[in-house]
Design a protein around this ligand. Structure first.
Ligand SMILES: [Cu+2]
Length: 130
């Protein structure tokens, strides 16, 4: 009995340790990026991959459709602030699938879902406001 209890206690300790390690991971990543000297002698192909693509952010927005380019697959929206991306209100073009560019019309007031990567974004869903 005593032995079994000890095993459980050790298991919990291991879990706790794992959590602590996870929290430290971003620090390790930053350290790698701040050490280009070591990478210089290495493979240039890896260097190009090193500046990791910015994380994508899923966000919701509200705005007005100001242009649609079905051939280019873009929709331009005059949108309000998007706090998830720390974006102010602006007018900009987003990538959009044909289902979205076909459904939307210039002048529509819409709520939309958007996936943002850096300064670019793709509208993944759009809903016209009544
Ligand atoms: Cu914008």
């Amino acid at each position: 009995m005593k032995h079994a209890r000890l095993t459980i206690a050790l298991g919990l300790a291991a879990l706790t340790a794992a959590c602590g390690k996870k929290a430290e991971t971003p620090v390790a990543v930053e350290t790698n990026q701040a050490a280009p000297a070591a990478a210089m002698s290495g493979d240039m192909g890896n260097m190009a991959m090193a500046p990791a693509a910015p994380a994508s952010i899923m966000a919701k927005g509200h705005g007005t459709v100001t242009a649609i380019d079905k051939a280019a697959g873009t929709i331009t929206l005059n949108h309000g602030p998007i706090p998830e991306a720390k974006w102010p209100a602006m007018t900009m073009a987003f990538k959009a699938a044909s289902a979205i560019t076909d459904a939307a019309k210039v002048g529509d007031k819409v709520d939309f879902d958007v996936t943002l990567v850096g300064s670019a974004g793709e509208v993944t869903a759009i809903q016209k406001k009544p």
